[in-house]
Design a protein around this ligand. Structure first.
Ligand SMILES: [Fe+2]
Length: 228
């Protein structure tokens, strides 16, 4: 397989047919280096792009800001509820209003509500929305409530750390697709998608949920900078 094809395949998602070596090669040759070059040119560090993965929602019906409840559901999603906030800005550090921010993730059991995600002992949670579509306000800010996702097996010897997928589109800026991680999680250092990135790039993708709201919910901030 030629180099371009490897990177294209990787961008579609780290599928089980990839070996550890192929995934690392593709990342080093493609996404990580492109992101490094952009970071070097920008006034504000561009958020590194990461694979969309194979579980972008196939059918989207419920997409409000609260992923912990489903319209018509019987209660709240399983798992620890967290609040994620952040600001979208361009490479000159200007906030971007009116951006579309899509987020999707696995539930507490590490299961996506997607036909391609085989159960393997990981049940669905009927009260977990799993996806949201948000719009940034005048200050470029977004916010949503969700739960900390579970980890899940990507290959026999590779377990993905908890993460939330993001796809951000803004007028006059190229979109970014990436993943947000939980700072300090033991699986981060071994992850074939996250680990090859530089420390600075990783720091921009790993969020510490160290703020506590008045109601006890932990909160974290994930800011994104688009390359435009
Ligand atoms: Fe994922």
């Amino acid at each position: 397989m030629d180099r371009k094809r490897k990177v294209r395949e990787l961008a579609r998602g780290a599928s089980p047919r990839f070996s550890r070596r192929k995934v690392l090669t593709g990342l080093t040759a493609g996404a990580a280096l492109v992101a490094s070059a952009r970071v070097a040119r920008a006034a504000c560090a561009i958020t590194p792009g990461q694979a969309e993965g194979p579980f972008y929602p196939a059918a989207i019906e419920d997409f409000d800001w609260d992923l912990t409840r489903v319209t018509g559901g019987s209660g709240r999603a399983e798992g620890e509820v967290i609040e994620v906030t952040g600001q979208i800005q361009d490479a000159k550090c200007r906030p971007l209003s009116g951006c579309e921010v899509e987020v999707w993730q696995a539930n507490i059991h590490g299961r996506y509500s997607h036909p391609r995600d085989m159960p393997r002992g990981r049940p669905l949670d009927p009260n977990f929305q799993g996806y949201a579509r948000l719009t940034t306000d005048k200050g470029g800010n977004y916010r949503f409530l969700t739960i900390i996702p579970g980890s899940y097996p990507a290959m026999a010897d590779w377990i993905r750390p908890p993460h939330i997928h993001f796809k951000v589109r803004a007028p006059f800026n190229p979109p970014v697709t990436t993943q947000m991680y939980f700072a300090g999680h033991a699986l981060n250092d071994k992850d074939l998608i996250l680990a090859p990135f530089s420390q600075a790039q990783r720091a921009s993708l790993e969020v510490a949920f160290d703020k506590i709201r008045a109601d006890g919910i932990r909160a974290g901030t994930f800011n994104l900078t688009l390359a435009g």
